[in-house]
Ligand binder design. Structure first.
Ligand code: TMP
Length: 248
């Protein structure tokens, strides 16, 4: 497979076209941004950590019947993916109150939600990725009613699989963001990435509200040890997969 040209460059990844029209190459960068790119920096080896973690999680989800865009992981910071048209929605699933949920509702940080909360944000940097009601989402024709139902169903199943997986890593899955896309036949696939950039991950055994953070909040809030946290997540993910392979 040869790489042809850049299809799209985002804040954390470059997407290349390949000589196969249905296959793209996602190159994960070390660049980090937060607060709609107001804060910028670099996290050493983030591209490798996020690509490796995402690849393992996509494989795990595929094995559990979740359709994803993942094909393979030819280089540590590169993933071959099925070409999809991304639906411009950030689908956030929350298990525990944190981040913007606390800020916007007054819920106390760490409140365990009685059931997972699925939210839609408009993936639009110019507008600052606003929270959408379902009515607004349909008004803007970002997805059809049927697609919204399917996305919610998939997001909740993904949450159950990921919660269970991270539990085995002694990591609490607080919340995370998903993106979905449509392939050339109109099939809905989980796309983008699942990594410490897009999840809140707390070390289950640590009670200190700062020390427990193993995700991009360390960068957003200048908590230090960002690379170590990402590396720790990768090591635990690899160990969990290895243990499961040995047991099964
Ligand atoms: P929030 O609490 O800031 O709304 O974030 C919810 C989850 O979504 C959290 O796990 C981080 C993730 N997220 C992204 O992946 N990209 C973003 O641009 C934002 C704002 C959040």
């Amino acid at each position: 497979m040869s790489v042809l040209s850049v299809l799209y460059e985002g804040k954390a990844k470059i997407i290349y076209k390949t000589d196969a029209p249905e296959i793209l190459l996602a190159d994960f960068k070390d660049d980090a941004t937060a607060f709609n790119a107001e804060k910028r920096g670099t996290i050493k080896n983030k591209g490798i950590f996020n690509c490796s973690i995402s690849s393992k999680l996509f494989q795990y989800l595929e094995q559990n019947g979740i359709p994803t865009h993942y094909l393979d992981n030819p280089n540590p910071n590169q993933m071959r993916v099925k070409a999809v048209k991304i639906i411009p929605l950030e689908v956030v699933v929350r298990n525990i109150a944190a981040g913007s949920l606390c800020k916007q509702t007054g819920l106390e940080l760490g409140t365990v939600l009685k059931q997972p909360l699925v939210e839609f944000y408009y993936k639009n940097d110019q507008l600052g990725d606003p929270l959408l009601t379902r009515e607004r989402l349909l008004l803007l024709e970002l997805a059809t009613q049927e697609q919204v139902e399917e996305i919610i169903h998939l997001a909740l199943r993904i949450n159950e699989f990921l919660k269970g997986f991270f539990r085995q890593c002694s990591i609490t899955l607080v919340d995370f963001k998903l993106e979905f896309g449509l392939d050339s036949q109109g099939r809905l696939l989980l796309a983008d990435e699942i990594s410490p950039d897009t999840c809140r991950l707390w070390d289950t055994a640590t009670l200190d509200p700062f020390d427990r953070i193993l995700d991009k909040d360390r960068f957003r809030r200048d908590l230090g040890n960002v690379e170590n946290a990402y590396q720790e997540v990768l090591q635990r993910v690899l160990k969990t997969i290895e243990t499961n392979l040995t047991v099964n």
